[in-house]
Ligand binder design. Structure first.
Ligand SMILES: [Zn+2]
Length: 158
């Protein structure tokens, strides 16, 4: 009897932890990773990513986050509908350049795809409501498989 109750409790705990994970799939505290005044190899990498995406001139990639870098970050932010404040966050870096992000932050977050769908979603997206089959997937893999971010839930803003 006691053993049964322990097993039940364990099952319940596991269920809670599974749900817990799916609820907190995103890092809620999106941290600022680069801003004006910074000087580092990381800034250099960010600048190279900005050059690669056409936001910064090549000779401005010097490892100093100066006003040119700030302007480039702001232009990138505007292009993605972020607040153009020149403070580059971790998530924004992901959307600026995945390769750089993956190199410096070896993590990924989970998004959701449906059977037959071509877009990936946030868990709370209305598009998932009536889906028969929902599969969690790393955003990296979803992108590699050719899925697009949903226009409704805009997973790139999280
Ligand atoms: Zn969606």
């Amino acid at each position: 009897m006691i053993r049964k109750m322990i097993a039940l409790t364990l099952a319940l705990l596991m269920l809670i932890s599974v749900f817990g994970v799916s609820e907190s799939k995103f890092d809620d505290n999106d941290t600022i990773v680069a801003m004006i005044g910074d000087e580092s190899d990381f800034v250099q990498a960010v600048e190279e990513a900005l050059v690669k995406k056409g936001f910064l001139l090549e000779d401005e990639a010097d490892g100093y986050f100066d006003q040119y870098t700030e302007l480039a970050v702001m232009n990138f932010q505007m292009s993605k509908d972020y607040e153009a404040n020149g403070l580059l966050t971790k998530r924004q870096l992901y959307w600026l350049d995945r390769a750089t992000y993956n190199k410096w932050f070896d993590t990924s977050y989970i998004v959701y795809i449906t059977n037959g769908g071509s877009r990936y979603h946030l868990w709370e997206c209305a598009a998932l409501k009536n889906a028969l089959e929902i599969m969690p997937i790393s955003v990296n893999i979803a992108e590699d498989l050719g899925y697009y971010p949903c226009k409704r839930c805009k997973p790139y803003l999280y």
